[in-house]
Each structure stands twice: as C-alpha cells, then as structure tokens.
Design a protein around this ligand. Structure first.
Ligand SMILES: [Zn+2]
Length: 533
C-alpha cells in the first residue's frame, strides 16, 4: 500500500529508471487506475479497501464521524468496520501479516500478525497483535513508530527539502525493516505493508513533481525521484523479497494506493459561505480570539497534555481548540458543514421533510452559483447526495451530501473565526498541502496468472474480493467489489458465501476506543500531517 501514489508521479519515475523494482512489476504485469471513494480520503478509502464494501456499509468517510444525536464528533476506529478481508482470510485458515494499514486500530485478534496504522495513538496503545510481539519488534526495529513527523512537517519549501526528505527516508526505512522482520518470522499466506510517506511528500512538494505547475523546478524533481522514490523502490524490493524468501508457492504481488494527487490552488471556506447565505447560525459570545486559538494550536506534547487535562482553564480552552463545531448554533441553523480538512460535507438539520427539501433545492442552486470570482468558474464539480452514490446499513452515518470540488479546489468545512474572504489561495512553502488528493489511485498486479497489460474500471473495493478469489476462497455476498477478472489471463472461478456475522460490534461504538490522551496523540499527528489545523 502506497498512500496517495499517483501515476502522474510514478509513470515518469518508472520510465526514467528511478524505480527499477516497480518497473519490473509494471513490465511483467497488469496495471491501471484504481478509483478511490468519494471523498478520496485515507480513512474512507482504506476502510473500503479492507472490507470490499462501500462507505454506506463501513460508515467511514473521514477521520472523524459526526454524531447527529449528541452533536459531537468522534474519531473512527477499526471497531466500526465489521468483517474485513483479514477476518475472511483468518476464517479460511490463512495466516496474515498486516503492517501499518490505516483504520486497523485497535488491533483485534487475527490469525497472524496485525500492526495498526494511522489512527493509532502511540506504541503503548493496542497497536500490535499478538501483544507479546511488541518487545521483539521494538528490539529488532528500535526506531519503529506509527508515523512521527513532528517539527519537520511544515517544511514545504524547496529550501527545507533535504531535512524533510531525510526524515521521510528514515520513516520508510524503519517501516520496511519492521515489515521484513515480521514477514520472515511469520511465513504468512497474505502480507501487506502500508507506507504513508508518499502521501506526505506529495502534499508538501507536489509543485516540484508536477511539470505544469508554475513553481515547478526540474532539478528538485530529479532530487525527489532519486532520494525518495528511488529509495522507496529499493525498500519495496527488500520487503517483497523478505516475503518470497524460502517459499515454494507462486506469489501474487499487488501495489495499491488509496487515492491519487493533484495541484491544490484554492481553499473555499464552506462554513463561512453557509453563514453568509443564512443557512448556518453562529452563536454570539464565547468567541475564542484568533490569536489565542493559534497559540493553543501550537502547544503540543506533554506540557499541553498536562495543561489541558489537569487544569480547569485548560479543559475549557481545549474545547475551543478541539471542537470544530463549537460555535455553531444548531437550533437556529438549517445546514452545517463538518470536517477539518479538505472536505465538502453537508448535514441538513431540519426534521420536517418539506422544509428540508426546500432548503436542499435552494442550496443546490446557490452551490452551483458559487464561482471563483477571479476565474468565473464554479467551484463545485458535483453534488453527491449520499443515497445517490452509496448504500448500506451505515448510510445514515454519512453526511447528507458530499460535495466534489472542481479540480484544484478544496473545502474548509468549519466556520473559522477572524478570517477574511471566502477563498484562500494555497501557497507552496506556506500551506503544507500544496498538493491534494485526487480520485485516481494506482493498481499494479504481477505474478502467476496475471496478464501483461492494462486494467480498466478498477475500484478500491474490488481488491479484497480479487484477493479472496485468487486464493480460491469464497467472496462474501455483501462485498460490493467485484473480482478484477481483467487482471488475469484465465478468469478466476468465483464462489460466493453468506457473510459471516461480524466478530465485533458494528454500531457507532468508537467513542470508548480513544481516551482524551489518545485523542491528543492522534490530533498531534493529524496536525503534523496538515489534515487538521
Ligand atoms: Zn493525504
């Protein structure tokens, strides 16, 4: 798993010889675009990948999930995913080794090894199964961590490129050593390792990877290809070699990304727009001063934790700092937008169906008329009502509407204090997300039975059923994905099976997963990665 890997970067890197291992897989196998979820965000995408199901069944669209009843949000966890590919493999008697895949925390019992990914608070939490492997892992890879980029994240300027890339190399290397250690030790039937670094590098340095960007610099591009993509390619080779070593059976290798990348030009302040248009009311009073918010955001680590947890003033200030919807007046609003990253999530608040429908008709017109005054172009590419794109028992957990922005735009969901204008230009070097997600990810398959060529119309949730079918195992009927027959020279025989009862509760039970201290750890990481402010 290469988070955010895009053909826009990999294709030239492979062609120019920077990624010989990946090139060998592309040449021998079948590859193409892997379409992501809407929105193309890491938590939604990897949840659908692991379950073979659409977000209407996983209930995951972002790092957090809004609870309509309590009007608060909680970080999502693996506990809401239900049966995953890893469970199906375990039930069929296969052993797995899964390293750092997002949306696997807390580690649940599996047949084999599971080391959790992105929303894992820290290495003292339930990040590894079996738990007694923790000591051996940390002894073998003392620098193993979930993903720590602290103090180097906001370095998206060409001047600071060297320390940033060096740090990413260290992260990729420790991850690869951990994976090789587990793969050699476990002799699993199915193994996966996820690398976050591709996503992080592309957020920060996309203009240097994108030849038609106005700030593009071919020398920096060359440096990134050699020092990062080449480095990563060598680690991928080592990891795959560790899996293959001493094995007589043929091996199928898959490279997948959860989404692709594109240039990020403008942030659109959707919360502010809703206020201006009269859809959303903001409470008077209790206004945290902008400078105070900025100061509070910068506090991190143990000092802040002691302050926010142990003092009454700290706990009160923490509400300003953490709760993105703190100032929204839900009783006097018709619509609100939620999300701290690049999202367009709209929730409709009116209970009366006729009033709600009237609001939807009005806001649809208004959204289509929302144009960037500098270009005259609309900023909303498509309005996606949840029932139009997804289905399943968790549909009610999703936003009523998800807005797909026009190319280059993103939405800032929350209402922000003290900011001027509806648009904020994204400046390379200042905004950590100079690149942002795009729906078109990457799929490469190589191995016995895989044909040489291109695969069309592949979606992220097709991977899980394809893996099951390749192993000759039945595909649960409630998986939405279909087996990607186009990858193979001979069609695979597909048997279906009645879905197993989930081993874990599937209602919105994530609240209890994370302690306040866990939430601080997670938010620090998401802040370092530029996903929340
Ligand atoms: Zn990202």
């Amino acid at each position: 798993g290469l988070d955010g890997a895009s053909w826009r970067v990999l294709e030239p890197a492979v062609r120019q010889g920077h990624m010989p291992y990946l090139a060998s897989l592309v040449d021998a196998g079948c590859s193409g675009v892997l379409t992501s979820t809407t929105p193309p965000k890491t938590p939604a995408a990897w949840s659908s990948f692991q379950t073979g199901k659409n977000p209407g069944k996983t209930g995951v669209y972002d790092f957090e999930r809004w609870n309509r009843k309590t009007r608060t949000s909680d970080y999502v966890s693996s506990e809401s995913l239900g049966v995953t590919l890893w469970d199906c493999l375990g039930q069929a008697g296969k052993r797995i080794a899964v390293i750092n895949v997002p949306m696997t925390y807390p580690a649940r019992p599996v047949s084999g090894v599971l080391i959790t990914g992105l929303l894992t608070p820290n290495l003292n939490s339930r990040f590894i199964y079996p738990p007694d492997l923790r000591e051996a892992l940390l002894e073998h890879v003392p620098d193993y961590h979930i993903f720590n980029l602290r103090n180097t994240a906001r370095t998206g300027s060409a001047r600071r490129i060297h320390p940033f890339v060096t740090r990413l190399q260290e992260i990729v290397d420790s991850r690869a050593r951990a994976a090789a250690f587990v793969f050699q030790r476990e002799q699993a039937d199915v193994a996966m390792v996820h690398f976050q670094a591709t996503d992080v590098l592309q957020h920060a340095f996309w203009p240097m990877l994108c030849p038609d960007h106005e700030r593009y610099d071919p020398e920096t591009h060359e440096l990134l290809c050699a020092a990062f993509y080449g480095f990563l390619d060598e680690r991928l080779r080592r990891v795959c070699q560790a899996f293959v070593q001493g094995r007589a059976d043929p091996v199928l290798t898959l490279v997948v990304s959860d989404h692709g990348f594109q240039t990020h030009h403008q942030r659109v302040r959707l919360g502010k727009w809703l206020v201006q248009k009269g859809y959303l009311s903001i409470r008077a009073g209790a206004r945290p001063l902008p400078w105070l918010r900025r100061r509070l955001r910068r506090l991190d680590g143990s000092v802040a934790r002691r302050f926010f947890e142990r003092t009454a003033v700290g706990r009160r200030l923490d509400r300003f700092r953490r709760r993105p919807t703190f100032r929204m007046d839900f009783d006097h609003s018709r619509v609100f937008s939620f999300g701290r990253g690049c999202d367009g999530y709209l929730f409709f608040l009116e209970d009366d169906p006729a009033a709600r429908q009237a609001t939807q008709e009005q806001i649809r017109k208004d959204l289509m008329g929302l144009v960037d005054s500098r270009t005259g172009r609309p900023v909303v590419q498509e309005i996606c009502p949840r029932e139009a794109i997804y289905s399943g028992p968790r549909l009610a957990d999703l936003p009523d509407w998800i807005l797909r922005p026009a190319e280059g735009y993103s939405f800032t969901g929350n209402y922000e204090d003290g900011v001027r204008g509806l648009f904020a230009a994204v400046r390379f070097g200042r905004d950590f997300h100079a690149g942002m997600h795009h729906p078109e990810g990457v799929l490469i398959a190589a191995g016995p039975g895989v044909r040489c060529g291109r695969v069309e119309d592949a979606r992220l949730w097709d991977v899980a059923p394809t893996v099951l079918a390749w192993l000759g195992l039945p595909v649960p009927e409630d998986m939405d994905g279909r087996v990607l027959q186009g990858l193979f020279t001979q069609p695979l025989t597909v048997q279906t099976a009645r879905p197993e009862a989930p081993a874990v509760p599937t209602e919105s039970s994530d609240t209890a997963t994370y302690s306040p201290a866990d939430v601080q750890d997670i938010e620090q990481r998401l802040r370092d990665l530029g996903y929340i402010e």
